[in-house]
Design a binder for this molecule. Structure first.
Ligand SMILES: NC(=O)CC[C@H](N)C(=O)O
Length: 380
């Protein structure tokens, strides 16, 4: 394994927020410049899964945990084929990673994938600022890219907003592929890839599901060509208000009453298909210890989150939709944000958070079993 000391070099770097707030530190990872929406994640572990989650496309992720990189980078934990975050902000990078699975340092991996980061800044002050003022556009500049503050700020302010951004098509697979069932095959699922994490089809495969992962632009004919017992809509980046194609596809799936499960972006698409709106949260939920209550059982689970948008549905009443009655099945106990939806008259449900738990606690794994039960129920 190679170790690197780049995280501790003296190459100057600056993080510029769109409201003019500036943090000065040192280059971390690649030297250069990058832009994105600055968001914070509170996970103390799991940075490899976070950085490779396609839902983080065009976001500059701020790690609130002060020490990052301690376990290096391994060949097993990637959630997709590359790092998707546009930039990474850490306080105190590990100088010498140490873990039996590590193949290289995080710093080396950021360099290899040309991901620009910044270290040595007060991430606590930055996080408090983002909590108070909301997630916002930002840029990281290091080395030659550091220019006058006015010039850098103007460039940050010229970047597109996350609200209104349509990103799922650019991160999704272009070709369909199959993840085979582990052990005996019991079901076939068509999974619409809007930025799917690798662990999600794996969690289904472990339950005897053969998963046909289809491009974001798949038609209903392509979905039904695999003869699915259920259809799944994945997580994904950007603003769900732009996802008209997936909403239209899901509407067809609901019309056919095929068992349906959605995660994160998939939950927002179900919300829209049912006629609810979506909105941008002030600073979102990102981390691996968010308390959620399953209102169908009363149980509280500790869960992994990564969402900046949410569904606007009434918490305390059953809604009449064009697919029958629907209710909010899960809620975040920190702020009462809708974390899950379920239909009462047909087999369809979704959650806003991450039962695949990569990284994160496994409390919500039962949701994959719930999906299996819906498919079993349909066969009975
Ligand atoms: N992880 C996800 O699927 C995120 C969904 C959406 N892009 C959001 O930020 O809310």
């Amino acid at each position: 394994m190679t170790t690197s000391t780049r995280g501790t070099t003296k190459v100057p770097a600056v993080l510029v927020l769109e409201d003019g707030r500036i943090f000065r530190g040192r280059a971390y990872g690649a030297v250069g410049e990058t832009f994105g929406e600055a968001v914070f994640s509170t996970g103390m572990t799991g940075y490899q899964e976070t950085l490779t989650d396609p839902s983080y496309d065009r976001q500059i992720v701020v790690a609130t945990a002060p020490q990052i990189g301690n376990t290096g980078w391994n060949d097993e934990d990637d959630e997709s084929g590359r790092i998707w975050v546009s930039g990474y902000v850490v306080r105190d990078p590990a100088r010498v990673p140490s873990n039996w699975r590590a193949k290289r340092s995080l710093d080396d991996e950021l360099v290899a994938q040309n991901v620009v980061g910044i270290s040595g800044i007060d991430t606590r002050a930055l996080t408090r600022h983002l909590r108070e003022s909301g997630s916002m556009r930002a840029g990281i500049f290091s080395g030659e890219a550091v220019r006058s503050e006015t010039e850098l700020l103007a460039r940050v302010q010229a970047q597109p907003h996350m609200k209104g951004a349509s990103l799922y098509e650019e991160v999704a697979t272009k070709e369909a592929y199959v993840v085979p069932a582990v052990g005996e095959k019991r079901f076939t699922v068509a999974a619409i890839d809007l930025g799917i994490k690798g662990m999600t089809p794996h969690r289904m495969a472990e339950r005897g599901i053969e998963v046909h992962v289809l491009p974001a632009t798949a038609s209903a004919a392509e979905v039904y060509a695999v003869n699915p017992d259920g259809v799944f809509f994945s997580n994904g980046p950007g603003d769900p208000a732009t996802a008209d194609g997936p909403v239209a596809l899901m509407t067809e799936v609901l019309e056919r009453r095929t068992p349906l499960f959605g995660i994160c972006f998939g939950n927002q698409i179900l919300g829209r298909a049912l006629g609810f709106g979506t909105y941008k949260l002030k600073y979102g939920h990102r981390g691996i210890n968010q308390p959620v209550q399953d209102r169908t059982t009363g149980k509280v689970e500790v869960t992994a989150h990564n969402h900046g948008f949410a569904v606007d549905a009434p918490l305390d009443q059953v809604s009449e939709t064009k697919f029958g009655r629907a209710e909010v099945s899960h809620v975040c106990l920190n702020d009462d944000v809708v974390e899950g939806l379920q239909l009462l008259d047909q087999p369809a449900f979704s959650v806003q958070y991450h039962p695949e738990a990569a990284a994160g606690p496994h409390d919500a794994a039962y949701l994959f079993d719930r999906f299996v039960s819906l498919m079993e129920g349909q066969r009975a």
